[in-house]
Write a new protein. Structure first.
Ligand SMILES: [Zn+2]
Length: 72
């Protein structure tokens, strides 16, 4: 299992640090074994308006303010 991603920030709504990165693109069939545990599939459509963070506590999704998009 890959190590979880770091420095994903905190949820702007609830302040939780339980934040997933949303990655876009078509995942490999075995992505659950090769992706970090806190990365989730955002879908195959990519645009600048897609959120790239998701709070696992309250469910909010947002675009990270640093612009550090963690694409494949
Ligand atoms: Zn939250």
């Amino acid at each position: 299992m890959p190590k979880p991603l770091k420095d994903l920030g905190n949820c702007p709504a609830c302040g939780s640090a339980e934040v997933n990165a949303i990655w876009f693109g078509m995942p490999a069939w075995d992505y659950e074994q090769t992706w970090p545990s806190n990365a989730q599939v955002g879908g195959c459509l990519v645009s600048d308006s897609n959120p790239d963070r998701a709070c696992t506590n309250c469910g909010l999704t947002w675009i990270s303010p640093d612009g550090n998009r963690l694409g494949l």
